[in-house]
Design a protein around this ligand. Sequence first.
Ligand code: 5GP
Ligand code: MN
Length: 348
Amino acid sequence: MFNKILSESETHDFLALIQGAENIVVTCHVSPDGDAMGALLAFSHYLWRKGKKAIPVVPNIFPDFLKWMPGTDQVRVYEKHEEELDEVLKDADLFVCLDYNEPSRLLGLEKPVMASNAPKLMIDHHLNPADFCKWVLSRHEMSSTCELLFRVLADVDGVENITNEEATCLYTGMMTDTGCFAYNSNRSDIYYIVGRLLEKGIDKDKIYRNVFYNYSADRLKLMGYMLYVKLELFPEYHASLMTLTREEQRRFSHKKGDTEGIVNMPLQINKSKLSVFLREDTERKVIRVSMRSVDDFPCNKMAAEFFNGGGHLNAAGGELTCSMEEAEQLVRVALKKYAALLTGKCKN
Ligand code: 5GP
Ligand code: MN
């Protein structure tokens, strides 16, 4: 049975916020992935078909392999047009916050959004939401923000009104946030929703090809290099570490999104529990930390304790301001601290 996600009063308040707004700004987290872009665009399409003025704004550029998504030509990149967008943001009378739950995930966009008195509406699936939105739907058990957004649209406007474009965006987010339904995707509701999206005429095979068979040759070579040269194994911990410097990214003509998915690959090694990936950011002087795990190993706990971050049980991230050598050392310390969980000698 597929239940409503919103109560009567939540539905009422949601619609009142939308109906009361004239200039809506839709946002998602920095370095948007398929789920963030899917939710951003699906929500924007919903507003446009309701006759609303809505502008999708992302903090920084999104990957080329998501450019085919319907509506990307309307997306404004804050980092590229700060001054012009500051004017737009000042006029906003509603902010929609999708796939993030703390303002810091907006990077430079945080300041103008938080300076505004306009109400904010959050739809998100991460743990521990910060208190900055008037209307909040935060469900960490959801596979993706797009799954959650499908349910919201179903409740506030009816599944029958969801368009092919919206369905395409929602499916993209559900597919990418579950690694093509390989993890976080055991609930039968997910497939009920996929069924409804297919009824909208989406081409899920084409969506798959658009996202995953759309890379440059350099990206494939980078992947080979990472696995052959850069993969460091810690068999005693069932863990692995990969690092990528700025210079190496230059060597492989790195573009936004090229490293997406690389952190998942070492988990293919049998008995693997944890994969850690350290990458020097190309825009800011920080090291981005990405972690993936299987079963009950809590990446989010390790990310919060060691890498100034957080996230989900099996997928988390963070940021370090030290050197790569120091970051690698920190990973070793973290592995040691979590040895019991990694070697299965103690249950989480
Ligand atoms: P990724 O490895 O794809 O960059 O991030 C995986 C997940 O980790 C994200 O969906 C997000 O939940 C979380 N995450 C990544 N970076 C950060 C960060 O800097 N801070 C926090 N709190 N969470 C992060
Ligand atoms: Mn997500």
